[in-house]
Design a binder for this molecule. Structure first.
Ligand SMILES: [Zn+2]
Length: 209
């Protein structure tokens, strides 16, 4: 179980429209529009959140954000060029960086083939309808810090409220969509992924009050 270290209701800005804006401590550090990491296309809608691990132990949210920015320098003629990005990156200390507006397409879950569950719920190109969240980690085994999980929980709760999503069915691991070993800790410890979704539900209830 994840211990609640703090509950800070001032963490949120309640939008004047009655909806919810982003947590105040999300650092908006958007990528430059470029074909490799921010193509500037609109999502068809948001049907799900997808959680990932960075796979790079001890790297910060900022370093991972800067990596996504750096790949814009790749050559258009490079057949091995990488396309990669995510909307949000949650750091080891619980810091959160937003790399793309949450209504724009990111390259976080593309693959040659998808699981039947993903095809059924998210269609033939899940990047088109999902928000990607990268989680940083200290260890090679992918274990997440308490700070990372707390911030990720708050972020997921906010996005679930914003997009009308249900944590139990609408928060996916990358693994559930493509079979990739990501996020490794939640693939190896599925019960902890279930616990994570449960605490998102609790956080959502608190947001609505
Ligand atoms: Zn992933």
């Amino acid at each position: 179980m994840i211990r609640e270290k703090y509950i800070n209701r001032d963490y949120y800005i309640r939008a004047s429209s009655g909806g919810y804006a982003l947590p105040m401590n999300i650092q908006r550090d958007l990528l430059t529009v470029n074909i490799f990491s921010r193509p500037g296309k609109k999502l068809s809608g948001v049907k799900a959140l997808v959680v990932h691990w960075t796979g790079n132990p001890r790297t910060t949210a900022k370093q991972n954000r800067d990596y996504f920015e750096s790949i814009k320098m790749q050559s258009l003629n490079d057949a091995s060029a990488r396309y990669a990005s995510a909307h949000f990156i949650v750091g080891i200390s619980g810091e959160v960086i937003q790399c793309l507006p949450s209504d724009e397409l990111a390259y976080h879950v593309g693959a040659k083939s998808y699981t039947p569950e993903a095809l059924g719920c998210l269609g033939t190109y899940p990047n088109n309808c999902t928000v990607g969240i990268e989680l940083c980690h200290r260890e090679a085994d992918g274990r997440f810090s308490t700070e990372t999980l707390l911030a990720a929980k708050e972020l997921c709760a906010l996005l679930c409220v914003q997009f009308g999503l249900s944590p139990v069915k609408d928060i996916w691991r990358h693994f559930d969509i493509t079979g990739k070993d990501c996020p490794k800790w939640f693939v190896n410890h599925p019960e902890e992924f279930e616990s994570f979704k449960d605490i998102v539900i609790v956080a959502m209830d608190r947001l609505r009050k």
